[in-house]
Design a protein around this ligand. Structure first.
Ligand code: CO
Length: 170
């Protein structure tokens, strides 16, 4: 009789412990779910500045000025809206450090065909997209540089004269 009582107690204890664990697990799962569905990601998105720049078969960007707020992440997309081949009408977006001599940089870039016209070992490039042919696009993420005015160009040989603009962080 005594043994039976003890056994019953042990079984009761086990049941209680299991029950407690199960409840805890359930709570944890709810917590995880609510974390996943929380607005953390959408808040981040709201903080991101999205920029879309178009480039055409007429060797032009659709913007000569891009303004972004300081201190925020940027989601930047370059889209080549034309149909011409990358070897004939390749376009990229190259954001240059302040004080960069554009013609000198463009000359250097023109001789870097094997690297999509981005000179290696340069400190003049803040960020750049891939080189694109007609119909292609590329998106890059970067943080806005220090407030100020920066030049951007397409570094495909001969394009910078027309394909250039100001990137203004304010
Ligand atoms: Co170009």
């Amino acid at each position: 009789m005594k043994i039976l009582k003890q056994l019953a107690l042990v079984m009761l204890a086990c049941t209680l412990v299991h029950c407690g664990n199960a409840e805890k697990k359930e709570k944890d799962q709810v917590k995880l779910k609510s974390n996943n569905s929380s607005s953390a990601s959408s808040k981040e998105d709201a903080n991101v500045t999205e920029v879309v720049l178009l480039a055409t078969d007429q060797m032009q960007f659709n913007k000569s000025e891009i303004r972004v707020p300081a201190g925020k992440p940027i989601k930047f997309t370059l889209r080549h809206t034309g149909t011409m081949d990358i070897k004939v009408m390749g376009h990229n977006f190259v954001l240059l450090t302040q004080g960069t001599e554009i013609p000198a940089f463009a000359n250097q870039a023109a001789s870097a065909a094997e690297n999509d016209y981005i000179p290696e070992n340069t400190d003049a490039v803040i960020v750049h997209t891939k080189l694109l042919g007609g119909g292609q696009s590329d998106t890059i993420d970067f943080d806005a540089p220090e407030p100020g005015t920066y030049d951007f160009i397409c570094s495909f040989p001969g394009h910078y004269a027309l394909m250039k603009g100001k990137f203004i962080v304010e």
